[in-house]
Design a protein around this ligand. Structure first.
Ligand SMILES: Nc1ncnc2c1ncn2[C@@H]1O[C@H](COP(=O)(O)OP(=O)(O)O)[C@@H](O)[C@H]1O
Ligand SMILES: [Mg+2]
Length: 243
């Protein structure tokens, strides 16, 4: 069966004044893809994610959506963002539902059941009443993931979601993404630095350096002589790295 195309990026270019952040980037995303978008700092990864999310105006090229695709996102996690906002885990997850409700945005019984199920699925139901400022990094990321999943998106875009987490929480989070990818056919585009770490997870690697220099499998990436030095400069974690 031919894969179901969700969207296609065609010759996309983005400039910030004189800086070219993306130069004629083209690729397609099919349902069920688990894509790791990699590249050094300043290579245009966040710009690409924001373009796809419709958060910035690009100057050239286009993004073609092939059907009525629902898109979710988990923004870049630095570990120092403002978590003093006095919201509980439950309220953060509920905000994912409220976003799409008409005013006065009251939740009905169905919404509440749905929110509770989501918290159970993401293993944050026991901390539902906790303030988000009091969570561990891993718990906080799971709460953000739960919030972005309540509307059951077809595609989830994550910008360096695990950077600031310890190794155990990183693996835990990636396992959860893999489960969503395989069990719910969630399409994932994840920006990450740790290419060796995503090897057991990602079905596809995109390597960006203003231009899109590579689009293929992890093994093909390792065989690409001009790019494999990149992977060797990144520490091997729970993936196997290029050998
Ligand atoms: N709002 C902005 N204004 C001006 N330049 C920007 C802005 N955002 C990003 N850039 C520049 O665009 C390039 C790509 O940035 P970015 O997409 O954030 O890369 P990455 O996420 O891969 O680190 C960099 O040179 C960065 O300095
Ligand atoms: Mg970035």
């Amino acid at each position: 069966m031919a894969p179901e195309r969700l969207f296609t990026v065609e010759e996309l270019s983005v400039h910030y004044n004189k800086v070219t952040a993306l130069d004629r980037v083209s690729f397609g995303v099919d349902r069920g893809d688990f894509i790791a978008l990699i590249g050094v700092n300043g290579s245009g990864k966040t710009t690409l994610a924001r373009s796809i999310l419709g958060l910035l105006r690009y100057q050239k090229g286009r993004i073609v959506w092939h059907e009525d695709v629902e898109i979710g996102c988990v923004a870049q996690h630095t570990g120092v963002e403002d978590r003093n906002f006095p919201a509980t885990v439950e309220e953060v997850v509920a905000s994912g539902v409220r976003k799409s409700k008409p005013l006065p945005k009251w939740l009905n019984r169905h919404d509440k059941t749905h929110i509770r199920r989501m918290m159970e699925y993401f293993d944050i139901d026991a901390i539902a009443k906790k303030r988000i400022g009091a969570l561990s990094g891993g718990q906080y990321q799971r709460a953000l993931l739960a919030r972005s999943m309540v509307m059951q998106p077809d595609v989830l875009i994550l910008d360096e979601p695990i950077n600031s987490l310890d190794q155990g929480s990183q693996k835990n989070f990636l396992d959860l993404l893999k489960q969503l990818n395989q069990e719910q056919d969630l399409t994932i585009l994840m920006i990450t630095h740790d290419v060796a770490g995503v090897e057991p997870y990602a079905t596809r690697i995109l390597y960006l350096e203003t231009d899109l220099l590579f689009d293929g499998t992890f093994d093909e990436f390792c065989e690409t002589q001009t790019l494999s030095p990149y992977i060797h400069t990144h520490p091997r974690r729970y993936g196997r790295g290029c050998s």
